[in-house]
Design a protein around this ligand. Structure first.
Ligand SMILES: Nc1ncnc2c1ncn2[C@@H]1O[C@H](COP(=O)(O)OP(=O)(O)OP(=O)(O)O)[C@@H](O)[C@H]1O
Ligand SMILES: [Mg+2]
Length: 322
């Protein structure tokens, strides 16, 4: 049984006042996410990430398709007790303090007074809210509210958490806090599903990702697989290389690019198809020393930009509906 499963999940909105027409926010999304996975749901603005999370939370209903959490259809009351959710723009009652808010949510789960205090205090520690926890939320900054939102999502010790842009509004230290928190959740066996367009967060955290563009899934899989298939070539960094020796090597060895890093120090790029040994032997013979030799991988960013650019843009449905 998967922790989260969607099958051909589809959401069309109706847009336009004079001439209402369907607009494709999410088209036939099929995903399976295992227990204990940290799953990154990536895509540019308007891709359909929030729509998907709202469908999973039953804040909106699908046009067609199906979704399950912990083996039960979304909306199952038993399952709701075992999940947590951070909305994209969390909004809380302004006149409660952070502490009061968390104790309030804890009470909704039927925890005793002592248990409520314990949970609220432990979670506020965990998201890095200090003495400010006794301030009313209307005095909180955006990043502090985001942290409270994350703490709120964890109040019931959920088995599966859904974070919509958990890093939004956080400063670098805050991002690190939340990254570490997500890894601790994973270590406890919690499944984490989070949306983001910040790719470095996904690279640091995820076992698998899905990339969404224009409401359609364009790619999914382990980051290592997605990125491994796209080794671009080799980078050799050498020192002690004179300009004449470089010019000589460039004329014969298939070097694609040379970047000067310092006096007689260069980074040379070779395509995948040219084994670096030959060039290296030549350079060493010309008196150069090897500093480093690395395969050039596509970053998630390169991959993302390519996939998103290639995604079909058509989102109106007039052509299929007449
Ligand atoms: N209630 C609605 N009515 C009409 N269109 C909507 C509605 N909600 C969302 N959309 C459209 O659906 C598309 C997907 O929106 P969604 O909020 O899911 O994007 P997202 O991937 O979360 O983007 P972001 O990164 O900006 O948060 C957008 O083009 C949006 O305009
Ligand atoms: Mg969104």
């Amino acid at each position: 049984m998967d922790a989260i499963r969607t099958e051909a999940l589809t959401k069309h909105f109706t847009v336009g006042f004079w001439r209402p027409r369907p607009y494709l926010a999410l088209e036939a999304l099929t995903l399976q996410i295992g227990h204990g996975e940290v799953f990154g749901f990536l895509g540019p603005n308007g891709a359909g990430k929030t729509t998907t999370l709202k469908l999973l939370m039953q804040l909106i209903y699908p046009t067609s398709g199906h979704a399950e959490i912990l083996g039960r259809p979304v909306g199952d009351v038993e399952v709701k007790r075992r999940i947590g959710y951070l909305p994209e723009n969390p909004y809380f009652y302004d006149y409660l303090t952070a502490e009061e808010l968390l104790e309030y949510f804890s009470a909704l789960f039927g925890h005793s007074a002592a248990e409520r205090r314990r949970r609220a205090s432990a979670l506020l520690d965990e998201v890095g809210i200090g003495a400010e926890r006794r301030l009313q939320l209307r005095k909180f900054s955006k990043g502090m509210l985001q942290r409270v939102g994350i703490a709120q999502a964890l109040i019931n010790d959920p088995e599966v958490v859904f974070f919509d842009e958990p890093m939004s509004g956080l400063d670098p230290l805050g991002r690190r806090h939340i990254r570490e928190l997500i890894l601790r959740l994973r270590d406890r066996g919690c499944t984490v599903f989070f949306s983001s367009h910040v790719l470095s967060d996904a690279e640091a955290l995820c076992s698998r990702v899905a990339i969404l563009a224009n409401g359609r899934l364009v790619s999914q899989g382990a980051l290592s697989e997605i990125l491994a298939v796209t080794i671009r070539g080799w980078e050799l960094v050498v020192s002690g290389l004179t300009e004449t020796a470089l010019a000589h090597a460039q004329s014969s060895a298939g070097i694609r690019g040379a970047t000067r890093l310092g006096p007689e120090r260069y980074a040379l790029e070779l395509p995948m198809t040219v084994p670096p040994e030959h060039l290296l032997a030549k350079l060493v013979a010309a008196g150069a020393t090897l500093v480093s030799l690395n395969p050039l991988h596509d970053t998630l960013e390169d991959f993302f930009v390519r996939q998103v650019a290639a995604a079909p843009e058509e989102r109106g449905l007039e052509s299929t509906r007449g």
